[in-house]
Structures are given as C-alpha cells and as structure tokens.
Design a binder for this molecule. Structure first.
Ligand SMILES: [Zn+2]
Length: 126
C-alpha cells in the first residue's frame, strides 16, 4: 500500500515536470522580437524567429536612406546614407544591451523586452 502512494507521487511529479517543460518550449524567447524605432516612435515590430527568406526595410531620415536587412534570427543595418555609418559598422543585432543606433537619422533597432515600456526607452535615447 505504501509503495503505491510513492508510485503515484513519482508519476505526478514526472507529469508536472513534463507539462512545465512543454509549456516553456511553447513560448518563444522574448529576445527575438525586435522593434524598429524612428524619431522615438515604433515603425515596425519584427519577429526574427518567424522570418523566412530575406527582407529589406527602407527608412528615410534627414540624412537619406537606411536599409535594414532581416533574415531568420538576424537583423542588421545593411546600408545607410548617414555620414558616420556607425549603424552599418555595428553589424548584426546581438544583445539587448547593444542596440543598433543611427543618430543622424534617429533610428533605433533593439530587442523588445515585452514589458510595454519600450516606447519610453526609445524616446529617452533619442
Ligand atoms: Zn547611421
């Protein structure tokens, strides 16, 4: 009789762990949602994990055109007419702590933290 109880407890524990594991794997990592901001307001939100093939996003600012390249799991500033080209030199967006910024054209590309405060953050940066 005592053995049965332990078997039930063990089974329930395994079931709960499996359910939690499956549940977690269903939620995509929030760090793969990228927000593109210009003049402090959101232009577009891109889910890098949902992206298939290559896509270019064109933005026009005071210093000309910026072309953003999006591929699966990856986003970068492909070309820019701005004088410093710091945004192009930045390369691929890799971490939340290091957004792609084009100061002359007032563009920010960064990972969303999904807390809803991203607009305020981008506004403060520009
Ligand atoms: Zn730039």
């Amino acid at each position: 009789m005592k053995n049965r109880i332990w078997i039930i407890i063990f089974s329930v524990t395994v079931l709960v762990c499996t359910a939690v594991w499956i549940g977690l794997s269903f939620f995509p990592s929030p760090s793969k949602i990228v927000g593109i901001y210009q003049n402090g307001s959101l232009v577009e939100k891109v889910d890098l994990t949902a992206q298939t093939g290559e896509r270019s996003i064109e933005l026009n600012g005071d210093y000309g055109k910026n072309i953003i390249s999006v591929t699966h799991g990856r986003i970068e500033m492909k070309s820019a007419d701005c004088p410093d080209k710091l945004c192009v030199k930045h390369g691929e967006l890799k971490s939340a702590g290091s957004p792609i910024v084009c100061l002359p054209n007032r563009i920010v590309i960064k990972f969303e933290n999904q807390s809803g405060s991203a607009d305020a953050e981008a506004g403060a940066l520009l």
